[in-house]
Design a protein around this ligand. Structure first.
Ligand code: HEM
Length: 506
């Protein structure tokens, strides 16, 4: 028999086998559905101008999990409570990182803050520090006098303005700013230093701008070769803002350093003292530098001031727009607290209707349309779909908390839906309600923010008749937000406050 055939067949088979092994075709990935991307821009043409509205209409077409391309980068949008549960609970460890965007580089001390830090040793250490030094039950208890004093300051300032038309938001922002300053850096520098350093009194507006820039959709993040043009001017604004914030941080740190040097048996009094002490520890897993101190402190200002005052304002707006809700809340307060004293934190557990207003307001007005970007550090299979490593994930809170499949009359303000439900439990386990996120990246300031929100709302309703400014009717109270990433009210709200408790209480 002629062996040449056999030899040839063997050689071809071997070649086929080798090439199959070497150039093994990648198995087809089962990616989530989504619109076809264009070269270079991906799907940016569909969403860049009005992200919230465009995403809502796209997800009606493609479903609860949708794949878009921002430039060449894959971005998954999760728009149902089940999909949120998949990313924030089932696969939380894979999706707990953040993409490296310009905001983290230029306003987050090159990712040395917490909010933009990738998942890893620095972020884990930062969250531990927050937990132990700011938000533990013991620490929260030790700050109760600050919250009480600042709240009394707020109500007496409002009382002194009774009968006049005021912008409530201005007073609320100053109030949350004062609490945060005293808690984190011991002093209200921005007040004491007014004449010395004009940048300090701007802290409040700097923090507002920081929140907006952190939520801005920067084209250069997604088409990196265009980033040098900074088409929208965001990077320029970020750099300018960071310069101003840096001046503030330097002032505070230098002041703390001087006090430390002057005091003989120095005891740490606030977070900056603690971080400065930690910076001297050679055994820390991630060395704390001056930039880390700034990043960690800045994130608490960034997270704590505007988000909390915005949430209080939304709750007040909703009660003003729904007078029967305000009446019901006042009746509860009269019954539980009486008219001879203010509400204290220990009373909160007995005020279910106040809690219900807070939850319903947070449902309709989450801090942002989407949770802060999540980002995958490994390949994952989610709800049967392949999600590659390096995918950005947007949890579409706006749609989830208004989903008619989960919520009856989703666009109506109905606090009663939360009566009889445990707020703290709800916030940990209900993926249809995500005002603070969930899982590893969940807001570390949740219990603090919620406490301030509940007690402030309760006292404003208890101690004042809040009336609309002249010429504004109940039906005119705007409950619309600006439609941007951060859900700020579209129209500023002017109110007139009239004290209702005995005068010596203010
Ligand atoms: C009503 C008030 C507040 C709301 C609605 C809120 C909401 C949120 C949300 C939605 C996130 C993103 C979660 C995610 O990425 O999945 C977040 C993160 C964060 N929040 Fe809050 N927050 C509030 C108050 C606070 C307060 C009082 C602080 C600090 C004093 C704070 C500090 C932070 C920080 C540092 C992060 C970043 C966490 C990380 O990336 O690991 N927040 N917050």
């Amino acid at each position: 028999m002629d062996n040449s055939w056999v030899l040839l067949l063997a050689a071809v088979s071997a070649l086929a086998f080798i090439s199959k092994t070497i150039f093994k075709q990648k198995p087809q990935k089962n990616l989530p559905p989504g619109p076809n991307p264009w070269p270079i821009i991906g799907n940016l043409n569909l969403i860049a101008f009005d992200p919230r509205r465009s995403v809502q209409s796209l997800c009606q077409k493609y479903g609860d999990i949708m794949l878009l391309k921002f430039g060449k980068f894959p971005v998954v949008i999760a728009s149902s409570s089940e999909m949120a549960r998949q990313f924030l609970k089932v696969h939380d460890a894979v999706f707990a990182s953040r993409p490296a965007l310009a905001a983290g580089k230029f306003t987050g001390y090159d990712y040395k803050n917490t909010g933009w830090a990738p998942y890893g040793p620095h972020w884990i250490q930062a969250r531990k520090i927050y937990h132990m030094e700011v938000f533990s039950d013991k620490k929260m208890e030790s700050f109760v006098h600050i919250r009480d004093e600042e709240r009394r300051g707020l109500v007496s300032r409002l009382c002194s303005l009774s009968g006049k038309t005021i912008m409530l938001k201005d007073h609320l922002s100053k109030y949350t700013l004062s609490i945060m300053c005293r808690m984190l850096i011991s002093k209200k520098y921005f007040v004491e230093s007014e004449h010395e350093n004009s940048t300090l009194k701007d802290l409040e507006s700097m923090v507002g701008e920081l929140l907006d820039l952190n939520g801005a959709f920067n084209i250069g993040d997604w088409i990196p070769w265009l980033s040098f043009l900074d088409l929208q001017g965001y990077v320029r604004k970020m750099k300018a803002l960071q310069k101003k914030l840096d001046k503030f941080h330097d002032y505070v740190i230098d002041d703390h350093e001087a006090r430390r040097a002057a005091e003989k048996d120095f005891i740490s009094k606030d977070l900056v003292d603690v971080l400065m002490q930690m910076a001297e520890d050679p055994n820390l897993e991630v060395k704390i530098t001056r930039d880390h101190i700034k990043g960690l402190v800045q994130d608490l200002f960034n997270g704590g001031i505007d988000s909390t005052s915005n949430a209080i304002e939304w709750a007040i707006r909703e009660t003003l727009g729904h007078p029967h809700v305000a009446e019901k809340a006042k009746a509860e307060l009269d019954k539980v607290i009486g008219r001879k004293r203010w509400v204290e934190e220990k009373d909160l557990s007995q005020l279910p209707y106040i809690d219900a207003i807070v939850m319903e307001s947070l449902r309709l007005h989450p801090l942002a349309t989407f949770l802060t970007y999540h980002y995958s550090i490994e390949d994952a299979k989610v709800a049967g779909y392949d999600i590659p490593k390096g995918t950005t994930v947007l949890i579409n809170v706006w749609s989830i908390t208004r989903d008619p499949k989960t919520w009856d009359s989703p666009n109506d303000f109905l606090p009663e839906r939360f009566l009889g439900k445990e707020v703290d439990v709800l916030l940990g386990s209900n993926f249809a309600l995500l005002p603070f996120g969930s899982g590893r990246r969940r807001c570390p300031g949740l219990s603090f923010g919620l406490k301030v929100l509940r007690i402030t709302l309760a006292n404003l309703l208890h101690g004042f008749d809040l009336k609309l400014g002249e010429g504004v009717r109940v039906e005119d109270v705007s409950l619309e937000d600006m439609g941007t990433a951060v859900t700020r009210p579209k129209v500023p709200l002017a109110v007139v406050v009239e004290p209702t408790l005995p005068h010596d209480l203010y």
